[in-house]
Design a protein around this ligand. Structure first.
Ligand code: AMP
Length: 399
């Protein structure tokens, strides 16, 4: 019996894939197709330490997936379709319908289609990926793993917005949360590091990547998270604003005559670090800050302060806290951000160790001082492995 899983992650114009062992996480190959549908797409297939890159036109998702399979044929490893336990798909929005991963069938496709209004940028691409993969791998079980699923355990008072009942009941307006596969993976790893069962842990997990969110996780289950109906709410991100006064939409519309599409675009694509400092890459922001750049300093301060506020809020939400856990590109690699976010919180039992925090490492590790009541951890996330692991569990459970 094989544990091999092909994980597919389709964005609005890109495909990322990884062939890996769902039990051990060991990858055989990874790759991506960027700029699908544009004049020239970049295809990258990485195997055995070699990157094979080419540029050519890729018409649509089917063409992209066929190109990926072609790369497996040419550069290896061979994917014998009898030797795949599952294809695991990242699906962004499962609404309040999916708390677990599920095997893909026609009914599921219809349901994901019904959820498109909740995630108009992401779910259509995910849906297309599911359809194409069903055509190309008709005999391999396909499993959908939802970004929102982990947060379905949030209590009603945490996911409810204070809006009229009709909005909530007819239009599904509530907080859903995202980055769920990352939180599932990181919470389990954090518990291992703390050397206790995940059921006995209270964690604030900070997933700080290009997109960024925070979650309060009690006993391995989400009790609150900073992203809401959409992935715009919460922390400052690369190009997204995070929290703001909801009346800003109306204000911009009245004052500048902007359409809703223009306002959405500005808040999703032109705000966050990009809006504050003119750069969405956190490395560039920190380098410019170190050189005394004022806009980069403000961007860093706004970002770190927002993280700090959520740590405080989720500490209170949980009532007791075992660890603050950093993950994502920024969380894993920026010692200066971790220090700025948690500096001066010894009265809350959070004491960082400067040397541990600044040590360069790719391993899961403690960065708090030995006497700190609350541990501070850095745990590299691995969303593809989590998708593969969950897909494998569903397939094995169904056998
Ligand atoms: P992700 O979406 O998880 O890949 O994270 C991307 C973000 O992590 C980008 O803003 C990067 O600039 C940031 N990042 C990656 N490496 C570093 C680093 N060494 N120091 C600071 N930020 C980093």
């Amino acid at each position: 019996m094989t544990d091999r899983v092909l994980v597919l992650n389709l964005g609005s114009s890109s495909l990322k894939y990884r062939l890996l062992d769902g039990a051990t996480g060991v990858a055989e190959a990874t790759g991506s197709v960027e700029r699908i549908g544009e004049d020239s797409a970049t295809l990258m297939h990485s195997v055995g330490g070699h990157d094979h890159t080419e540029e050519r036109h890729v018409t649509d998702f089917e063409d992209a997936l066929r190109s990926a399979l072609d790369a497996f044929d040419r550069h290896g490893p061979a994917i014998d379709r009898d030797d795949l336990a599952a294809v695991g798909h990242r699906v962004v929005h499962g609404g309040d319908l999916f708390a677990e991963p599920v095997v893909v069938d026609d009914r599921l496709l219809d349901t994901v289609e019904d959820l498109v209004p909740l995630a108009p940028l992401h779910n259509p691409a995910n849906l297309e990926g599911l359809r194409v993969a069903l055509r190309l791998f008709p005999d391999v079980p396909q499993v959908a793993v939802f970004d929102t699923a982990f947060h379905q355990t949030m209590p009603e008072h945490a996911y409810t917005y204070a809006v009229p009942v009709a909005w909530r009941e007819k239009h599904r307006i509530r907080r859903y949360g995202f980055h769920g596969t990352s939180y599932a993976f990181v919470s389990r790893r954090a518990a291992e590091l703390l050397d206790r069962p995940v059921e006995d842990t209270n964690l604030v997990v900070l997933h700080l990547g290009n997109g960024a969110s925070a979650a309060a996780v009690r006993g391995g289950r989400s009790v609150d998270t900073s992203m809401g109906l959409t992935p715009l709410e919460g922390l400052v991100m690369g190009t997204r604003s995070g929290d703001l006064d909801p009346a800003i939409h109306g204000h911009l519309h009245r004052e500048l005559g902007w359409s809703l599409e223009e306002i959405d675009r500005a808040l999703y694509r032109e705000s966050g670090l990009l809006g504050l400092a003119g750069a969405n890459d956190f490395r560039e922001v920190t380098q410019r800050r170190a050189a005394g750049d004022e806009a980069a300093t403000l961007a860093f301060d706004v970002y770190a302060y927002r993280v700090r506020k959520y740590v405080g809020a989720y500490y209170a939400a949980l009532g007791e806290l075992d660890a603050v856990v950093f993950t994502g590109g920024v969380g894993q690699h920026s010692a200066v951000l971790r220090a700025a976010a948690l500096d001066g919180l010894s009265r809350l039992g959070i004491v960082m160790d400067a040397q541990r925090n600044e040590a360069r490492s790719f391993d899961a590790r403690f960065v708090s001082a030995d006497g700190s009541d609350v541990a501070v951890l850095v745990v590299p996330t691995d969303e593809e492995w989590e998708i593969a692991r969950q897909a494998l569990a569903v397939v094995r459970g169904a056998q």
